[in-house]
Design a protein around this ligand. Structure first.
Ligand SMILES: [Zn+2]
Length: 256
């Protein structure tokens, strides 16, 4: 029951996420003003704003001007829904379920923005860091496990520290947004699975980034000089590691 509610909330928050990811890079107010078609400025009516279903009913086109509505809108809503469901399943009815659902929501928004604008806005990363720590502190106190916060701090130091080292050694290689986000990712990974989950998350980020980067170059969508945004791979690797990081690191330790 909690999982079903979480999935439905995920659709609604995913819909809000499409608004945020559209407006934040343009520095528009996210709270006021109705959504409109970017091409003909026609206001989007309430019944046309139902997550996923409206896009399907409209066959992906604006009813005013017939302009295509990007499939990234329903995909963003679906991805958020699935992640909320997984958070509910992993953490049960708890503070942590809400904190991690919020974390995943922000990761989806950051992924969409980074893919389109090649940037990870401070306006999302900084509040995520502060709200994330506040939420984790509440969860740790409610569960009577304040030691988990030490794990979160160690995680932030590992993930963030590694990216800081990279930024010093290869200054052209990485954006400042990736560095700031790394501290946030390390926090959430360390809290849920300790240093092992942090290392798995970093490894999966670089693995997926490298694999997809090679594929893009191989199919000549990207030249070797094309800047490939790294935020989406950080989000992907971290998300997998939240759920599987601890068991993957145990498996690896068991093999050596
Ligand atoms: Zn239109």
């Amino acid at each position: 029951m909690f999982e079903v509610a979480a999935a439905l909330m995920g659709l609604l928050f995913g819909s809000f996420g499409t608004v945020v990811s559209h407006r934040v890079p343009l520095r528009e107010n996210i709270a006021t003003g109705r959504s409109m078609c970017p091409s003909c400025k026609r206001q989007i009516k309430a019944h046309e704003n139902i997550p996923v279903l409206s896009w399907l009913a409209l066959r992906g086109r604006c009813p005013g001007c017939g302009q295509r509505i990007s499939i990234r809108y329903p995909l963003t809503e679906l991805a958020t829904s699935v992640l909320f469901l997984l958070a509910a399943w992993k953490f049960g009815l708890s503070v942590a379920a809400f904190v991690y659902a919020g974390f995943f929501w922000a990761l989806v928004v950051l992924t969409v923005i980074d893919l389109e604008h090649k940037l990870l806005p401070d306006r999302i990363v900084f509040p995520l860091f502060i709200a994330g720590w506040a939420g984790l502190i509440i969860d740790a106190l409610v569960r009577g496990q304040p030691g988990d916060l030490t794990q979160a701090a160690i995680g932030a130091a590992i993930f963030g520290g590694f990216f800081y080292l990279l930024a010093v050694l290869v200054p052209a290689g990485m954006g400042g947004g990736d560095l700031k986000l790394a501290f946030v990712l390390g926090t959430f990974l360390g809290y849920v699975g300790g240093a092992g989950a942090v290392l798995v998350g970093m490894f999966l980020s670089f693995l997926s980034g490298g694999l997809i980067g090679v594929l893009l170059i191989a199919f000549s969508k990207a030249g070797r000089k094309t800047q490939i945004p790294f935020g989406p791979y950080l989000a992907l690797g971290t998300t997998i590691a939240v759920f599987a990081g601890e068991s993957l690191s145990d498996l690896y330790i068991g093999m050596i």
